[in-house]
Design a protein around this ligand. Structure first.
Ligand code: HEC
Length: 150
C-alpha cells in the first residue's frame, strides 16, 4: 500500500469516482457481479472441461492457457492468482456461463461451465499473495529486527 496521499492512490480514487458517475449510493450498478448457477446434481468433471476448453476457449486464451493478444491468460505465472475469486469453481462457473466464450455468453450449459471451471482450477497459477511463503519470511525477518511489532 503506498502512502494515502501518493499520486497513485489519488489517481485510483479519482478513477473510481469517475466510474461511479451517475450511480446512486446503495443501488447495485448494472452489470455488477456474476450469477450463481444452480445445482446440477453432478460433480464438476475436469476431463470434460479440458475438451470444452480446447474446443471453445483455446482460440482466444491459447491452448496452454497463457493468453493471446486478444484474451488474458487463464493459468500460468501471469494469470489471476490462487486467492482470486475466479479460483473458486462455482464463482468461475457463474462468470464463464454468463460471459464466455466472449460474445456467446449463456451458450454453455451449467454443467459445461462447471466442468471447464474445474479444469481451470487444476492448473498452476501464482500463490495467494496474502499467505505466500515469501511474505511470511519477510515478516519473520522484519519482526526479528524489531521493524514490525507482533
Ligand atoms: C473470442 C475470444 C474469447 C473466447 C473464445 C473465450 N474468451 Fe474468455 N476472455 C476473453 C477476453 C477478451 C477476456 C477479458 C474480458 C475483460 O477483461 O473484460 C476474457 C476473460 C476470461 C476470464 C476472466 C479472466 C480473469 O483474469 O479474470 C475467464 C475465466 C475466461 N475468459 C474463461 C473463458 C472460457 C472458460 C472460455 C471457453 C468456454 C473462454 N473464456 C472463451 C476472450 C475470449
Amino acid at each position: 500500500m503506498p502512502p494515502e496521499n501518493a499520486p497513485e492512490v489519488l489517481a485510483l480514487a479519482a478513477y473510481i469516482s469517475y466510474l461511479s458517475h451517475h450511480e446512486v449510493i446503495g443501488r447495485e450498478p448494472a452489470g455488477r457481479g456474476s450469477p450463481t448457477i444452480p445445482e446440477t446434481g453432478f460433480d464438476p468433471n475436469p476431463a470434460n472441461g479440458k475438451v470444452i476448453y480446447q474446443q471453445k476457449c483455446a482460440a482466444c486464451h491459447h491452448k496452454n492457457g497463457e493468453g493471446t493478444q486478444i484474451a488474458p491468460p487463464l493459468w500460468g505465472f501471469n494469470a489471476y492468482n490462487a486467492g482470486a475469486g475466479m479460483n473458486d469453481i462455482r464463482k468461475a462457473a457463474g462468470f464463464i456461463w454468463a460471459n464466455m466464450p466472449l460474445g456467446q455468453g449463456k451458450s454453455l450449459s451449467y454443467q459445461e461451465s462447471l466442468d471447464v471451471s474445474a479444469y481451470l482450477n487444476m492448473q498452476i497459477r501464482p500463490n495467494d499473495p496474502r499467505n505466500s511463503k515469501f511474505r511470511k519470511l519477510l515478516e519473520d525477518i522484519a519482526s526479528a529486527f524489531g521493524l514490525i511489532k507482533n
